[in-house]
Design a protein around this ligand. Sequence first.
Ligand code: ADP
Length: 448
Amino acid sequence: MFDKVLIANRGEIALRIQRACKELGIATVAVHSTADADAMHVRLADESVCIGPPAAAESYLNIPRLLAACEITGADAVHPGYGFLSENARFAEILETHNITFIGPTSEHIRTMGDKIAAKETAKRLGIPVVPGSDGAVKSDAAGLKVAKAMGFPVLVKAASGGGGRGMKVAKTAEELPMALATAKAEAKAAFGDDAVYIEKYLTKPRHIEVQVLGDGQGNAVHLGERDCSLQRRHQKVWEEAPSPALNETSRLKIGEIVANAMRKLKYRGAGTVEFLYEDGEFYFIEMNTRLQVEHPVTEAITGIDLVLEQIRVASGAKLMYSQEDITFSGHAIECRINAENARTFTPSPGQITYWHPPGGLGVRVDSGVYQGYRIPPYYDSLIGKLIVHGKSRDECMMRLKRALSEFVIDGIETTIPLFNDLIRQPDIANGLYDIHWLEKYLAKPTA
Ligand code: ADP
């Protein structure tokens, strides 16, 4: 096991990782920018190193500075959290050459899954169902048109290096396709320095359902069920729940087993998430995230498994502690992402938190890196906390969520709590009847 882990992240996830390290008896190193000197993850770590100015490129994304921080503190492993360098294959490689363990998959797996065309080909080879589409990159308008016509419109043009919903364009008709290809290519080139694009069938009313996996790199892997993350705004998840209200036991176990088998064949190491769109009873692979996800606590709530602790264990070379038969699912969990944003316009609202009262009680978990008096810096993601609620059934979970939201008080800044107070009162949400477009449509209504 490791002696000292450096956490290359900030905010709630840095704290989350510290907690797992502490329970394992591992010393922790926090890194921070000058804007985060007062952050909770710095206060609670055993040691901390300032790695640069506020701009992420000069601090949290700066590999030489992170390496120097490892060197100074003698850390023998790095946990990247999510975002920042968590899916950077080069970072994983560089750490390995310095004999520092990257707590995550091999750089080869990160690289394969980071390229969406390669990821889709790999998924197909491993027996995972994928969205129908072009075989690899689309090189010309004529080639694109041929694929699209064979599949039928509407189609979606996607960037091979895409992420965060960028470089994606819908073409409803053949006439719209050349423009969609050109704009997606230009956007992809500007955002990712790679203009490779491919075409997929555009699904009109899918749900976003993702399967959590855990592997030890030695051929053992389990799935920990699914999460439904269909409530999205601009392709950003807002609310996540497990199990999905749209699946039954048979479809859940079927897709879980397909994914777990694929991970066994791949000899995947660490935590990973295989994302699908789900429409009319069919699953379609869209991508794999080779890291811990923001929404991992809903899976922890229904399985009782500490995902971060398992990530650390398997990274240290240990075998997976569980076989698939050991994994049981209990009750229902929902996570609300609390952002420092206006709940209507989603304009960021940095500033000082003058009063902070998080909810508590049975089945309520709050993961956050803020505290009363804390000043939220304007430089980073606006996520300030996650409210995770667990109940025996979805109904109990919803009741508890309503109660927990009513206790949550955050003064001094605007937050997205009012949005969740509205959502829990919507019949479609109460009944679990929503697809990936539901939230955007709801927000577009003048009465929302
Ligand atoms: P990114 O990595 O940019 O987030 P994804 O491939 O994960 O891209 O897709 C993000 C979101 O875009 C999905 O959750 C879904 O809402 C939408 N999407 C992606 N592919 C399709 C598709 N073929 N049909 C309809 N919607 C899609």
